[in-house]
Design a protein around this ligand. Sequence first.
Ligand code: FAD
Length: 427
Amino acid sequence: MSIERVDAVVVGAGFTGLSAAQELSRAGRSFVVLEARDRVGGRVEARANGLGEAIDTGGQFLCEDMPELMALVQARGKTLVEAHVDGEFITQPPLPGDEAERTYLGAMAIRERMNGIEPHDPAIAGMTVAAWLERQVDPADAKAGFRSMIEGLWCQALEKIPLWHLIDNDRRITNEQSELQYFLAETMQSLADDLARDLGGRLRLNSAVMGIEHAPGGVRVVAGGRVFEARSVLVAVPPMMASKLVFSPPLPDRLSRALGVWHSGVVIKILVRYARAFWRDRGLSGMVMWRSLPGLFACDVSKDEVHPALVVFIGGPLALRWGGLDDAALRTEVMSRLVAAIGPEAGEVLDFSFRSWIDDAWSGGAYSDLILDVHATDAEDVLLAGAPPVHFASSELSPSFPGYIEGAIVAGRIGGRKVLADLQETT
Ligand SMILES: Cc1cc2nc3c(=O)[nH]c(=O)nc-3n(C[C@H](O)[C@H](O)[C@H](O)COP(=O)(O)OP(=O)(O)OC[C@H]3O[C@@H](n4cnc5c(N)ncnc54)[C@H](O)[C@@H]3O)c2cc1C
């Protein structure tokens, strides 16, 4: 096999890897981006629905409190679509208006109280979110609302999530606007495609990296039938996927332990296309939260008047339960819930498309990986330190908006700068 020599290798062409590549490119360094799939974007993905329309089957939403992503959207001339939120928000089983509001505020109060705790307070050492919730004296409805909110957003059972980790993570998600404020008419994947276009031949698709070897003066990486030698490598994949790479010689124990404590969330994303946004005629926003099925949530993602649609997310333990169903049974479960919530017209669909991210070959799952070892309080810092010239970056490791596209951009830039620092040292 012939050897290609470059300054740096970036493993993974999600928003983290693409953003790191931008940094390297700006600095005039030679590099390749090795991507396992036949496309870029990673957990941002667009597919055609049954009507031939491109739909976001992965990361989609953004809001004006996410500065890096908003700037990129603007720089690339994308069209922001404001999500429709006017109208009544439905809870299932139904609650009278003021009680629904009270339950929501109760759930938010629990979240704020949780975030007021210092993540490294010894009093919560070893405690899961579920164990902490159990000790709270809030009304049962507020606690159920909190569970639904957290399991829907982090896609893991509260029984598994360390309390310190959720607090530490949630404190970095600082948006005041709803995170569902906007999406892109052209799809979020189109933004990743734009970034990929800038890379030209430096992007290598269908190039899965299985291992990274130390070599004189840097690393050797084999992918897509080629060998790359570089002075530095950025592993821009989710921590759980990084834990599957074989390092030779092995990574220091601390680092391989730190990689091993992350687990992917589980989510199924569904897009239901309608002929009319019938819910709006009835004063409904299209937003539904199922109190009895934590992790199930729907909202309006109509791109315009002629593309009325609802998106339904199934996250956490419910995704694991329904993920085991065949396609027809999954559709029945979801459609029966939508009909019960917003009426019989919800059953008259033009298209029902879904994407399961459970055990995804190259993402592991979604929306993000979480640390599920209550004692692994240093795992993130250890990963961020890496083992130069091997560095790690992914949305999960971002100082702002971990688990979001915004976080991936920030993490990618930081990772890119670490690689550049290595290169400067060895020049
Ligand atoms: C269904 C769903 C909905 C979401 N909704 C939103 C949303 O609305 N808003 C939001 O901000 N975020 C959302 N997210 C989260 C967001 O998409 C991710 O946080 C972000 O895209 C992660 O980017 P990343 O580059 O860190 O990781 P990834 O996107 O996972 O990129 C890693 C890349 O590495 C590649 N790779 C993995 N292993 C290897 C290997 N061994 N060799 C080579 N390549 C490899 C993968 O194929 C992938 O392309 C959603 C995610 C999902 C799945």
